[in-house]
Design a protein around this ligand. Sequence first.
Ligand code: TRP
Length: 339
Amino acid sequence: MKQRILTGDRPTGPLHLGHYVGSLVNRVKLQDEYDCFFIIADYQVLTDHLKETATIGENIREIVLDYLSVGIDPQKSTIFIQSKIPAITELTMYFSFLVTLPRLQRNPTVKDEAKTYGVTNISYGFLGYPISQAADILAFKADLIPVGQDQLPHIEQTREIVRSFNRVFGKEVFALPEPLVGEIPVLVGTDGTNKMSKSLDNFVAFAHSPEETERRILNMVTDRKRAYRKDLGHPDECFAFKYWSVFAPTDTLLVRQECETAARGCKECKAQLAKKLNEHLVEIRERRQCYVSQPDLVWDILAAGTKRARAVAAETLEEVREAMKISFPRLRVSMKRGK
Ligand code: TRP
């Protein structure tokens, strides 16, 4: 039997090159070897975007379009919506009694997010979302969780819940999931300062046109130590060079040499880079266009994935309720999920 993988994204906007390099390429590779589940974490949008719920539906569609266009194959992988899996919600409830308040308050990622979004009066749901994330993972008994560094505290929290659940209820219902942290570091955004993010508008998205992509690349920060065209460049400290090494690795030798000798200027370098990038994105954009032109297809794929995910999570939930002695087998009310 294949090992299971679970990971996903918050539907806060279209995905960008940072996601592509940091996780999507890897996911496409993993889907042959593993039973992959990709969760669209719409509950998590409520943590710090509670007033923007009207955009969630469109953002879900965009993310699924992005998944499909980079090559995530719905025949191999299961793509589903978090809030449409009742078992996740129910597990979150049970798990919430296994985690103390101070433990949640120590989570560095939650603290960072609250700070970034200027949330001073943190809600119960926001503080507790790592428990819901643990439920995302454990509902599917996932073995491996491919994530970025910032998600490690949540995986650790999940592991603590596993230990304490198994101990309290005296049954090995869950195994410990392992994080899988990619080798590729976070792609710095076009501002040359922060990681790529939609809210900072320093990103390049698959949804951008070739012209928009070029405009964004031409505006990007390159080598802060190179003030004039005649100055020698420092590729290792240049943000555009990072992009070269990711998207056109075979050209880096030449680019490095020309940059270090000032044979190439930053502007022409970026124009060339934009061209390379656009070439790299041709196939992805074509596939995206193909799905865009069939508007029902994305939702059909999500419906099929959500159905499969419900069935798997419902089984886990039944096991959990039995271990907790709250399954009440004589109660003749259908516990079937989603019926
Ligand atoms: N918190 C993740 C993010 O912001 C998204 C996510 C939700 C997730 N549930 C998950 C990731 C479960 C891995 C496993 O990107």
